[in-house]
Design a protein around this ligand. Structure first.
Ligand code: SF4
Length: 277
């Protein structure tokens, strides 16, 4: 019965995000940013080159003196922030999900607004018919298990995604969203395809975690996994929402789910479709 006084002492721990701001959502350092000085491109100096060379996943690119960082490859090891603190820093905020793979690249790189609008409109048309209750089928396509810990947290009292009408389901037949973690191993190509075949249209696909986005640190080895996109492309499918992070934090995953459903925007603010969320 020790939980009773503990519970009474702590009160309600469930976040009210996105209906109300949450300091943990806003403050958690979920990504690395390229610091762009006013009126200038980030300098590709010796420290930046050292950081690019030290990056274990080659997430940093220096081209024609311009610096960019691919959050879809970043495993948040922090080496670049220590070697070149003037240029790289951890960015507070859990709104890291993106509708386009290009949106995960920050720094000198600029996202194509027109392409993003098209992605947004296509997704909006597909999720229009989903009701207020949404079911997710999760498939581990070669994960190290860390992403799964974060997904489990979504059903805990702190995040309690059921309050938003979001549930995990064991059956693809009942699922609206396919959520994939892991590097996309060769052996998981078949199970992924069968899961997709078993799901009713419309299907929304989420790649969760840097491993699923790009293969991360261990991708490209004997398992041939470089992210889930090539596995899905062979079945004529694409990824709709990309959630970086190694692992992706529960709030970032939740941001990705609500972004897919059009209930929040890229910056995590509630949209009109957000309704009671
Ligand atoms: S924090 Fe990310 S970008 Fe920086 S060195 Fe580590 S993996 Fe590379």
């Amino acid at each position: 019965m020790a939980w009773a006084p503990h519970g009474l002492a702590n009160g309600t721990v469930t976040t009210k995000w996105p209906r109300r701001p949450d300091a943990y959502f806003d403050d958690f350092p979920a990504s690395v940013e390229v610091v762009v000085p006013e009126d200038a491109a980030p300098a590709a100096d010796a420290a930046v080159l050292a950081a690019a060379n030290a990056c274990p996943t080659r997430a940093i690119a220096v081209e024609a003196g311009e610096v960019s960082l691919d959050r879809g490859r970043c495993i948040l090891c922090g080496r670049c922030t220590r070697l070149a603190p003037e240029t790289f820093r951890f960015e507070p905020g859990s709104a890291t999900a993106s509708l386009g793979r290009e949106g995960l690249i920050v720094g000198a790189h600029e996202e194509n607004d027109e392409a993003l609008q098209r992605l947004r409109a296509d997704l909006k048309a597909r999720v229009r018919h989903l009701g207020r209750s949404v079911h997710i089928r999760h498939v581990d396509a070669g994960s190290d298990g860390s992403d799964e810990w974060e997904l489990q947290a979504l059903s805990s009292p702190v995040y309690d995604i059921h309050r938003l009408g979001i549930f995990f389901t064991a059956s693809p037949r009942h699922a609206d969203i396919l959520m994939v973690t892991g590097i996309g191993t060769d052996g998981m190509a078949g199970p992924l395809r069968r899961t997709l075949d078993g799901m009713p249209e419309p299907i929304v696909v989420m790649a969760v975690g840097t491993d699923a986005v790009s293969g991360g640190l261990v991708g490209g080895g004997y398992t041939d996994g470089i992210g889930i996109a090539p596995r899905l492309a062979s079945g004529g499918r694409g990824v709709d929402v990309w959630v970086p992070g190694s692992p992706a934090s529960p709030f970032s995953v939740l941001h990705g789910i609500l972004l897919a459903l059009g209930r929040v925007d890229e910056s995590g603010l509630r949209t009109r479709r957000g309704g009671r969320a």
